[in-house]
Design a protein around this ligand. Structure first.
Ligand code: MOS
Length: 766
């Protein structure tokens, strides 16, 4: 098999090509802004050029008589139209509490101050540029260390927040054989999905249809209903394909309600496509973080203490945080743990999820510190992880449902050739290139949420699966089809999947790596109910003993038109349908994961997140793991940094599709490389303004930066996480990569870089 389609190992499905691949590469897949609507008007946003202060005046009259211009929404004529929606941090879906066009107050650069609507996009854009506005500007606080930025503890900011702790870390640090201590920093980053933030709204009487790329159509509907003071039932969200999201389309941004209001005012559909730079401030981003980490260990490498304090930037009004100490406190066996999270309010837009939101910055700090500890102990960094590996997290002693961390290290180390490493920094050299080999742990919480799906089965006509899940580029259509194909014994090409629409059974946000496990579990349940109906007809005695028709029946399968029992007995499915007098059987599956609250299903239908699992559970802890190895080459004279080899080994329970899984993990590794060496949103601290808010100056790895990427999928069985044993892995791959790169740079040069991204200038004196 080719690299792209790894041979399935034990507990893996087939490496099926994406069933929507042809649609996408031929341009036939319709993204939200491609949806044809009759006679649309076009909206263009006007955003604030100042980060703090007030709009003194804004003059729609200056553009309203331009040809084609239809309307200009400002705080003077649209205040009060957009009601408050519940913030994402409070269990709602709003990305920010700043209501668009509510007042003259400016909270951040790039805040929406007006929306121009015209007959054509060109007319709207022209008018938006010409719209006259005057501002009263105050001096903004751009972030950490800025005068006027307000720091407070996460506990103070949020009642729900807990700082995991156990034992006495200070005491243990004071008496440890070896201590390492470091301050680490990660920069602001923006997701930059290739598909821009678009919204198209159409009213039909009191009913609203919204075409918008979204990671949560039910969540978007719930948030929009709050903002517009509407019944959720009167809103339909359609989002069939999403052109990249990475978290940026997981919350409702301020643009959506404005487009709906403009369309209602005009009595005509309105379409908005924000510009690339507007996306930097209208949507969210990964906030910059700081970390103070101290590790104490005995001479043999056993951790005796971990202290991790983190700081994160957020907006002035919102207490958004990612709080990754939930993960770092639980990674290794250590009896004394202190953690604390702080947030720093600045004059910035509210941050939000970005791929592996807590783990990317917080594991950078922990995994860098682990490497520093290994160096100080003169110990192999892999052996340091082995000595501190554990099947019970240290805070409450809860057992991991499964944990294949060291199997991942061993497999990746073998593939990488790690045993050939000389651990003295600067000791490995190839001509003018200093070679560095580094490694780090990847992990991601195995989270799930309630999900529903409807499955229709016809013996000759194939299978149709309906669920409001989301295809954000991960292969969701394909894995959902695979689950139905496997359960009902029909070829993959006979399965139709419909997703991305609030008229379909509800599915949770495609975020937190929950989608495959949650949505496929609902599909599996619906399929089992279909089998149950057939078994009830074929063998009424059997079903009576396991709880009646509709109950999931273990041991019964369908293959090649036969219903096959656990003892090998079989019935012709076509005959059973005849006996039932049915042309199709349709069943509805509702999956509720372990640890859900009693109102989780009601929440699913109401667009609430309902995410559980990971480190949230009372009786156990569930994570997927990986190990990542990186080779860097630093030029001895120019200090140019290359990363010719990335190797990652991962274990994430049942793998639905090794092809799409590899693709996710490879993308994660490459993003991790970019996060270490390239990516950073530059901020003009005087103006609190993003300056490289475009794809030309926002550095990401290109093909020339990425040479060899090897992804190894390990077999892992976990019966506890969900009946199908799926852990999810969308975010796993880019956790730890940044630390592995920094650790490799240290090995190459002897220089420890604790602030990302690592660039030539940081190594000039190395
Ligand atoms: Mo992901 S950042 O949870 O969409």
């Amino acid at each position: 098999m080719v690299d792209a389609a790894p041979e399935p190992k034990v507990n893996m499905g087939q490496p099926a090509p994406r069933i929507d691949g042809r649609l996408k590469v031929t341009g036939a897949a319709r993204y939200a802004s491609d949806m044809p609507v009759a006679n649309p008007a076009f909206a263009v946003l006007v955003t604030s050029p100042i980060a703090k202060g007030k709009v003194l005046s804004i003059d729609p009259a200056s553009v309203l008589d331009m040809p084609g211009v239809l309307d200009v929404l400002t705080h003077q004529n649209a205040s009060g139209e957009v009601k408050a929606a519940t913030m994402i941090s409070q269990g709602g879906t709003a990305s920010t509490s700043i209501r668009p066009l509510e007042t003259d107050q400016i909270f951040h650069d790039g805040q929406i101050v007006a929306m121009v609507v015209a007959d054509t996009f060109e007319a709207a854009r022209d008018a938006a540029y010409r719209l006259k506005a005057r501002y009263f500007a105050e001096r903004p606080s751009a972030g950490f260390d800025a005068p006027g930025a307000q720091e407070r503890s996460a506990k103070d900011a949020s009642e729900k927040h807990e700082d995991p702790q156990v034992g006495d870390a200070e005491q243990a640090l004071a008496t440890a054989d070896v201590v390492v201590e470091g301050w680490y920093e990660t920069p602001t980053q923006h997701h930059n999905p290739i598909e821009l933030f678009t919204t198209t709204c159409l009213w039909s009487g009191a009913e609203l249809t919204v075409h918008e790329p979204s990671q949560t159509v039910y969540g978007l509907r719930a948030g929009l209903a709050e903002q517009l003071g509407m019944d959720q039932q009167d809103i339909r969200i359609v989002s069939r394909f999403i052109g990249g999201a990475f978290g940026s389309k997981g919350a409702i941004t301020p643009r959506t309600a404005l487009v709906a209001i403009a369309a209602r005012r005009l009595g005509r559909p309105v379409k908005l496509v924000t510009t690339r730079d507007q996306g930097y401030t209208v949507a969210t981003y990964r906030a910059e973080t700081r970390h103070h980490v101290r590790l104490g260990a005995s001479r043999d490498g056993r951790l005796t203490a971990l202290s991790h304090e983190g700081w994160e930037v957020t907006s002035r009004p919102d207490a958004y945080m990612v709080a990754g100490t939930d993960t770092t406190a639980r990674m290794y066996k250590v009896p004394n743990v202190f953690t604390k999270v702080n947030i720093v309010h600045a004059d910035r837009n509210t941050p939000g999820f970005m791929r592996s939101p807590p783990e990317v910055p917080y594991m950078f700090a922990l995994e860098s510190a682990m490497d520093e500890l290994a160096f100080k102990l003169d110990m192999d960094p892999v052996e340091l992880r082995r000595v501190n590996d554990t099947m019970n997290e240290p805070i409450k002693g809860l057992p991991y449902t499964s944990r294949s961390l060291m199997q991942c290290y061993d497999a990746a180390a073998e593939a990488f050739g790690w045993s050939g490493r000389d651990r003295r920094p600067g000791s490995m050299r190839d001509g003018d290139w200093l070679i560095g080999w580094g490694c780090a742990t990847a992990c991601y919480p195995t989270q799930l949420a309630p999900a529903a799906a409807r499955v229709r089965y016809r013996p000759q006509g194939g299978v149709r699966v309906e669920t409001a899940g989301h295809e954000i580029g991960t292969g969701a259509y394909t894995v959902v089809a695979q689950m139905a194909s496997e359960k009902l014994g029909v070829p993959l090409e006979d399965v139709d999947v419909v997703m991305g629409d609030t008229q379909l059974p509800p599915a949770p946000v495609a975020g937190g790596s929950i989608s495959t496990a949650s949505v496929c579990s609902a599909v599996a349940l619906a399929c089992e109910r279909i089998i149950g109906r057939l078994v009830a007809r074929a063998e009424p005695q059997t079903t009576a003993s396991v709880g009646g028709p509709g109950a999931g029946l273990s041991g019964w399968t369908i293959a090649q038109g036969k219903l096959i029992g656990p003892g090998g007995e079989f019935h012709d499915v076509g005959e059973l349908f005849k006996a039932l007098g049915a042309g199709a059987i349709e069943e509805y599956g509702e999956f509720v994961p372990h640890g859900s609250s009693p109102d989780a299903l009601a929440g699913l239908y109401a667009g609430k997140s309902g995410i559980t699992g990971g480190s949230r559970l009372k009786d156990r802890i569930q994570y997927a793991f990986g190990a990542e190895f990186v080779e860097v080459r630093v030029h001895a004279r120019t200090r140019e940094i290359r990363a010719p080899r990335l190797v990652g080994a991962f274990a994430a329970g049942h793998i639905m599709n090794p092809r799409t899984a590899r693709s996710q993990l490879m993308g994660g590794l490459i993003w991790g490389l970019g996060s270490a060496l390239h990516e950073r949103t530059e901020i003009d601290v005087r103006a609190a303004r993003y300056v490289n808010d475009n794809l030309a100056e926002y550095l990401i790895p290109v093909n020339a930066d990425v040479a060899e990427v090897k992804v190894i999928l390990l077999s892992e069985e976990d019966q506890l996480v969900n009946p199908s044993g799926i852990k999810g892995l969308g975010e796993l791959g880019n956790v730890g990569t940044n630390a592995a790169v920094a650790n490799a740079v240290h090995h190459a040069t002897g220089k420890r870089i604790r602030s990302l991204p690592i660039r030539i200038e940081h190594l000039l004196d190395a």
